[in-house]
Design a protein around this ligand. Structure first.
Ligand code: KG4
Ligand code: ZN
Length: 350
């Protein structure tokens, strides 16, 4: 049975007559986002990306909280307006309560609690990682349980076996940096702004990915785990011996080679896990899933190995409230709510 069908069935079994309308709020890192979902369809998904961090080469937690505080009301209002929804029509609120930056999470969580009290409607805390998982299953009609999910972002690089929604087995994790972090740190070394992933992708266009060979890192005594922290050190050493002019002239080749090492490492684990577990349905989610080279090489891998590898739409890869609203919709539709005492949990796992 497809996930799509199962979601629909859950809804049919529910006694609710008219489809619910749920507002989603996401503020776990540097995106302030709000979305309205009705009947498992995203009606609006407003994302405000905080540009203030660009000058610091990474997210500054204190500034992230302040920016969320400044923008959240406006972003929520805009998402209601764009979806032609009035406050009185909302049936519930879904909000990220972890994982993420504590101060940033608190802004969204407390805003949602305030709305829940004022409107006298329930709210549900959503795990950010489960949100990413949903970003890639909401519009897929063909995926089957169990499937493999690679969640690859600035904070996480994990591979999960999804037995069903709510039942997950962790198969691989990073022991140090996440893949998105490797992009961000590599970009900083190359003098490119934050976030580094899109910058490395852009500058790599027409670059030769075999210009420099970077190791494809493995982890001792672990079959599948990732380690990306050595890769940035390797980049540092490789360019240390080059003069500035040579780096400038060949930056597209250097970036393409670095990107290739990250992509190959991710796909190596996906291929091996898929083979060893005998599961050919793969779902990729998170900010790094937006990467063009990653998508290209996944397509090659899937046609070679008869796998089906799914990526979310580009606007659902990086942090957004649409995925949170969707995950929360499913829970609220099935009668699950959170208590007002729910706390932000920066280290929440699936
Ligand atoms: O999912 P996300 O928005 O936030 C977290 O939950 O961490 O992911 C952000 C990460 C950043 O590290 C960013 O550099 C990376 O995703 N990213 C990309 C691309 N777009 C965003 N990495 C590679 N290629 C991209 N096109
Ligand atoms: Zn994320």
């Amino acid at each position: 049975m497809t996930i799509h069908l199962q979601l629909r069935m859950c809804q049919r079994n529910n006694t609710t007559k008219t489809p619910l309308i749920v507002l989603g709020i996401e503020s776990s890192c540097d995106e302030t986002s709000a979305s309205v979902v009705k009947d498992y369809k995203i009606l609006s998904n407003i994302i405000f990306s905080q540009e203030i961090h660009t000058q610091y080469g990474g997210v500054v937690p204190e500034l992230a909280s302040r920016e969320h505080q400044k923008n959240i009301a406006h972003v929520v209002r805009k998402s209601l307006k764009e979806s032609h929804t009035q406050l009185k029509n909302l049936d519930g609120i879904a909000v990220t309560y972890g994982a993420g930056l504590k101060g940033a999470l608190l802004v969204g969580l407390n805003f949602a609690k305030g709305m829940s009290i004022a409107l006298d409607i329930p709210f549900i805390g959503v795990n950010h990682l489960e949100g990413h998982l949903y970003s890639n299953i909401m519009d897929i009609q063909t995926i089957k349980f169990p499937f493999i999910s690679l969640i690859v972002s600035g904070g996480h690089t994990q591979i999960w076996k999804v037995n069903k929604i709510g039942e997950y087995d962790l198969l691989a994790n990073t022991v140090d940096d996440a893949a998105g972090e490797a992009f961000d740190k590599g970009a900083r070394i190359l003098g490119l702004p934050y976030p580094g992933g899109p910058e490395i992708q852009k500058i790599s266009t027409n670059g030769d990915p075999s210009y420099i060979y970077f190791p494809r890192p493995t982890v001792k005594k672990s079959k599948y785990n990732f380690s990306f922290s050595g890769l940035k050190t390797s980049l540092l050493y490789k360019i240390k011996d080059m003069d500035k002019k040579k780096i400038k002239q060949n930056i597209h080749h250097i970036a393409a080679s670095y990107q290739e090492a990250i992509v190959d490492t991710l796909l190596d684990r996906v291929e091996r896990i898929s083979h060893n577990e005998g599961i050919s349905h793969i779902s990729i989610a998170g900010g790094v899933a937006a990467n063009k080279r990653f998508r290209e090489k996944s397509e090659i891998l899937s046609s070679k190995n008869n796998m089906s590898i799914h990526f979310p739409n580009l606007n659902l890869c990086t942090d957004n409230a649409g995925m949170i609203a969707m995950a929360g919709y499913e829970k609220i539709n099935n009668g699950f709510y959170s208590k007002l005492s729910l706390e932000a949990n920066p280290n929440l796992s699936l």
